[in-house]
Design a protein around this ligand. Structure first.
Ligand code: ADP
Ligand code: MG
Length: 451
């Protein structure tokens, strides 16, 4: 552990977002701090803190304006990336300077390249001949997401000497360990497997220069806060830390206040704004009729690629069975399925072999499948923020998407929460079968704040 700088001029109990070094945090201390921040956080992060990116926010900017090197340009043009997305325009120049970043942007906005490109470029610039060692660590909440990040990095770094390894649970450690022992520049990992590999001494973090926490909001929801704080204790306190999140709940503000040093606070769109490119409508239908409505919609609309969200693993499996009986090809992914089965299902869904994928929130998190045309919330999400995550699975970069929400009577209060969060009413579907007999509720006042 590095020695900390003397902050004797500062009141110990007053955390300062604009300090120059990262204080080592103990878990006890962090609990204390969390309480403090919960009260005080608003003081540190306010809309006025959002950095002024000036003319950089203009449309139709080019990657070469972002100080990226030729090998990276080449890889990007091979990927068919013509223009950087807004979050990439804002993040890349700042990340290249090694600054800490707190970034929010809706799902599908291109966050992976926003953090990966600067990491690759910075490593490449200072790469020496000898054996590689891990200089960047990217932590993501799920296996699927980790493997997608790893795949992307491989492509982006194709013309550089930078190499990555992806490690996650549910599969054998042996190939991952072998890869790690060869020496890699970037590690992409899920928290659990990373923890194991650190404990076994296969992964060392003492020369990490950049740490990325991707989908940080989900990571906290999934209870990874202690693992994250532990990691931050293990990396050098000079490391750059970047927090990427689709939403900005209070917990993220707290974490940012705790671990980031003079961060650039970047938002490509207003926090928790509805994904405007998605046409969302709500069907009032009782639980027992939801399956019939789903089957009706899939058949009559000839849906080719739909992601259906369910509350539980069990109900997801049951739904797949029923759909198959109606001759609708579908499969489910959820946490109880073996990793290789999940990967196979995802592959079949990507290729279009299976038009309907049924998923639970955790399993679907961060799935990047092109051309999902419909998101169907068979069960309404209990948390309003989860709604944004779910519908973010469609309408990726410039594509239109449709979201259907099946709302039973006992889920109607969830709808209110969602509408208040996104600041608009979902369109009420008209003329559909199996409509609830219970009168459709009045639209609620959106100006009323969520609790
Ligand atoms: P997020 O992490 O914000 O959800 P991703 O990084 O997964 O988004 O990117 C979503 C999709 O957009 C991916 O398929 C990715 O390849 C693609 N993409 C990212 N940046 C660009 C770009 N500049 N131009 C075109 N497509 C892009
Ligand atoms: Mg992402």
């Amino acid at each position: 552990m590095k020695k900390h700088k003397d902050h004797s001029d500062k009141n110990e109990s007053e955390p300062d977002l604009h300090k120059n070094t990262r204080d080592p945090i103990s878990l006890d201390k962090s609990k204390e701090l969390t309480n403090y921040f919960r009260r005080e956080a608003k003081k540190f992060i306010s809309p006025e803190d959002f950095i002024d990116t000036g003319t950089l926010t203009d449309k139709n900017r080019y990657f070469h304006e972002l100080s990226l090197t030729d090998p990276i340009h080449r890889a990007l043009s091979e990927q068919g990336y013509r223009n950087p997305t807004p979050i990439q325009i804002k993040v890349i120049p700042v990340a290249l300077q090694g600054k800490d970043i707190l970034a929010t942007a809706q799902t599908g906005s291109g966050k992976t390249a926003a953090f990966a490109l600067p990491i690759i470029q910075r490593i490449e610039a200072r790469k020496t001949r000898g054996r590689s060692f891990p200089r960047a660590l990217i932590v993501s909440p799920t296996r699927e997401l980790a493997s997608q990040i790893g795949e992307n990095i491989k492509k982006y770094a194709w013309y550089t000497r930078v190499r990555q390894v992806t490690v996650y649970g549910g599969v054998s450690k042996i190939p991952q360990t072998r890869q790690l022992k060869k020496g890699k520049d970037i590690i992409v990992a899920t928290p659990g497997r990373l923890h194991d590999l650190i404990t076994e001494g296969v992964v060392e973090l003492d020369r990490i220069e950049t740490l990325v926490l991707d989908e940080a909001d989900r990571m906290l929801d999934m209870g990874f806060i202690d693992s994250i704080l532990e990691l931050i204790l293990m990396i050098p306190d000079t490391s750059q830390i970047m927090l990427f999140s689709a939403t900005m709940p209070q917990q993220i503000v707290d974490l940012a206040n705790k671990v980031l040093v003079k961060p650039a606070i970047i938002s490509a769109d207003p926090p928790a704004s509805p994904v405007d490119s998605i046409a969302s409508s709500v069907f009032f239908v009782e639980q027992d009729d939801k399956f019939s409505l789903l089957s009706h919609i899939i058949t009559t609309e000839g849906i080719k690629k739909a992601l259906v969200f369910m509350k539980t693993k069990h109900s997801a499996d049951r739904l797949v069975k029923k759909l198959r009986k109606d001759r609708i090809r579908s499969d489910a992914i959820h946490g109880d399925k073996a990793q290789h089965l999940r990967e196979k299902t995802l592959k079949n869904f990507k290729s279009g072999d299976i038009p309907v994928l049924v998923a639970t929130d955790v399993a679907a998190l961060g799935i990047d499948v092109n051309n999902i045309t419909h998101i169907i919330n068979f069960d309404m999400p209990a948390e309003a923020e989860m709604y944004i995550h779910r519908i973010g699975r469609t309408g990726r970069v410039g594509k239109k998407g449709i979201a259907y929400n099946f709302c039973a009577e006992r889920e109607r209060h969830y709808l209110v929460g969602i509408e208040q969060l996104i600041g608009q009413h979902l369109k009420r579907a008209e003329n559909y079968p199996f409509m609830s007999q219970i009168p459709v509720p009045e639209k609620t006042d959106l100006s009323e704040k969520r609790k």
